[in-house]
Design a binder for this molecule. Sequence first.
Ligand SMILES: NC(=O)c1ccc[n+]([C@@H]2O[C@H](COP(=O)([O-])OP(=O)(O)OC[C@H]3O[C@@H](n4cnc5c(N)ncnc54)[C@H](O)[C@@H]3O)[C@@H](O)[C@H]2O)c1
Length: 356
Amino acid sequence: MKKIIVKLKENSYPIFIGKNILSNKKLYLAIKEKKIALITNNKIKALHFKNLKNNILKKENIILPDGEKYKNQESITKIHNYLLKNNFSRDSALIAFGGGVIGDITGFAASTYQRGIKFIQIPTTLLAMVDSSVGGKTGINHTLGKNMIGSFHQPSAVIADTEILKTLSERQFNAGMAEVVKYGIIKDKIFFKWILKEHENIKNLNTESIIKIIKKSCQIKADIVALDEKEKNIRALLNLGHTFGHAIENNLGYGKWLHGEAIACGFLIAADISIQKKIMTNTEYEEIKKILKIFKLPIKLPKNINLEKLYKTMLLDKKVKNNKIVFVLPKNIGSAYITNEIKKSMVMKALKNHAQ
Ligand SMILES: NC(=O)c1ccc[n+]([C@@H]2O[C@H](COP(=O)([O-])OP(=O)(O)OC[C@H]3O[C@@H](n4cnc5c(N)ncnc54)[C@H](O)[C@@H]3O)[C@@H](O)[C@H]2O)c1
């Protein structure tokens, strides 16, 4: 088993990564609270509850319906109602057992219940293991926008059990790989090359390879979050591909492409701008494309998407200031920077180069 610490002074917490570790009671020492509720969804309950040998996880359960569309106020109310009706005091805790949706909902419910109670993340998708369970961003969607209501609330521990990934669909796994590849592009060329070399083992869910990708990804995210917890500056590097990705998801209709698929295409559009600015080589662009193809991630925009509309959606992003869009651009594989000085003509050229 591997352990990483997210260093945030009094909010520091461990991330445990290993095979069949959910029953290890020592990993739950961060919560000493007697009353604990586990939040999950009906799908994960059906797949994984029978394997939970640990009593902590079996205490009290709140089962939500499966899907992004339930990442809303109604689910928060359902959780809070349960906690109030069952006498959960400030000395109680929650456990999120699920993908990013369950993690974000549980974290937000924990941060708002009686001004904040503890919670533990047990991520069950690759995306949640390498990204959403770490860093303390919690929240729900509003009818007027995704992730619009939320808070920063760090978990007390994260427990990533690689065995859980065996039931995940290939498409969901590959969408998680987009975030893993992202860490290589923004911070670690050696890791990027290693993923290329090791891709067969990764696809076959070889335990050592999977532990390594989760550990490396969490370490890179933890280091960035430790420097900039509330995204005042460099945490924004984690948004590589996201300006384009969010616009794609929005224009296509949420759910058609998975988030990881949309940002993957965004990496290439961002890299295209870097080539136009002569800060990245074609060879590096081709390497990114190669890795995305390996994990069956999109390298072109969706068919018939309107490029002008896509640009307009980017202007509506919550990070836009004075009509200037903030972009994260790769400098080369292994480093990236943040800029709001990119001309519309360059963005449109990069979009056209990726239209079908
Ligand atoms: N808080 C953050 O920092 C952060 C970062 C990135 C993404 N997110 C959020 O995460 C969400 C996406 O997370 P996700 O991709 O994990 O989606 P998800 O939670 O919807 O899970 C995807 C699907 O896989 C199923 N599933 C989960 N674990 C499984 C398993 N082990 N076996 C089989 N099926 C399983 C789920 O029930 C669901 O149907 C979005 O809402 C996004 O906004 C948050």
